[in-house]
Design a binder for this molecule. Structure first.
Ligand SMILES: [Zn+2]
Length: 255
């Protein structure tokens, strides 16, 4: 049976996500920004929380863990490299590990850069990846604990996922990301099309995610740093992609 995935807002612009396996009744929260909205989403579907899969240690992804653990005694799964910075961890994961959620299976991909131990949970059979703050629609996370080279490697690792993979990211930043992306690729027609689509979704108060990897490869400048036209757009023709990526990321920080 396919994963039942439910997305909702937490805090100001964080996304909460529930992944439910109907066969076993198991339900995982991907990160725990805030307990209240997660509990409300569970109640609305009559689901019981069995697991929390944590992508990285930031407080806006882990703040809800203590209350949820108290209410549900759920398993908390977190990246091994960040276990000391995340509350109440039961199990740690590394690159290549598989995590079972009833009949559903997630593969763990390490994507350091935003934080040193950030991981992504890829439910390959369900064509869904929970990418935390590594990748956003038309954007990527700030490089806080790693180097631009590290982040570029992490992004290209995600870029190798099948194009029909649905990407669930940690924040609703898409409209602002598009405004920035337009400064890098003003003539990208597919980016203009995405902008129109996002304007419509925002006007109807609907989420702009999930997006897909196929879509992101066409419009996300951070996944396009190895294209000649993108390097040229930032005056870095012939430079290594990681350097072009670093320049685009630095411009976004100041945008
Ligand atoms: Zn973060």
């Amino acid at each position: 049976m396919a994963a039942d995935i439910h997305l909702f807002l937490c805090l100001k612009d964080n996304y909460g996500v529930l992944v439910h396996d109907a066969a076993s009744g198991r339900t995982a929260a991907i990160d725990a920004p805030e307990a209240g909205p997660i509990e409300a989403a569970l109640r609305a579907r009559n689901w019981r929380l069995t697991d929390i899969l944590v992508t990285h240690h930031h407080g806006d992804h882990t703040g809800g863990i203590p209350d949820l653990k108290k209410a549900y005694s759920c398993r908390v799964v977190a990246p091994a490299a960040e276990k000391d910075r995340i509350p109440l961890v039961d199990e740690t994961v590394r690159e290549g590990d598989g995590i079972r959620l009833g009949e559903l299976v997630a593969n763990v991909l390490e994507t350091p850069g935003h934080t040193a131990g950030h991981v992504v949970y890829w439910f390959h059979r369900d064509k869904a990846a929970f990418v935390g703050d590594t990748l956003f629609s038309v954007g990527c996370g700030r490089v806080i604990e790693g180097t631009p080279e590290m982040m570029w490697r992490s992004l290209t690792k995600l870029r190798d996922l099948p194009e029909d993979t649905r990407l669930y990211c940690g924040h609703e930043y898409t409209a602002a990301n598009i405004r920035f992306a337009r400064t890098i690729e003003p003539d990208n027609a597919l980016l203009s099309a995405r902008e129109k689509e996002v304007q419509g979704l925002v006007a109807r108060s609907q989420p702009t995610i999930p997006t897909t990897m196929g879509e992101e490869k066409k419009v996300n400048p951070f996944l396009r740093a190895d294209l000649a036209e993108v390097a040229a757009a930032v005056g870095m023709t012939g430079e290594p992609p990681a350097k072009v990526f670093a320049e685009i990321r630095a411009r976004k920080n100041k945008f």
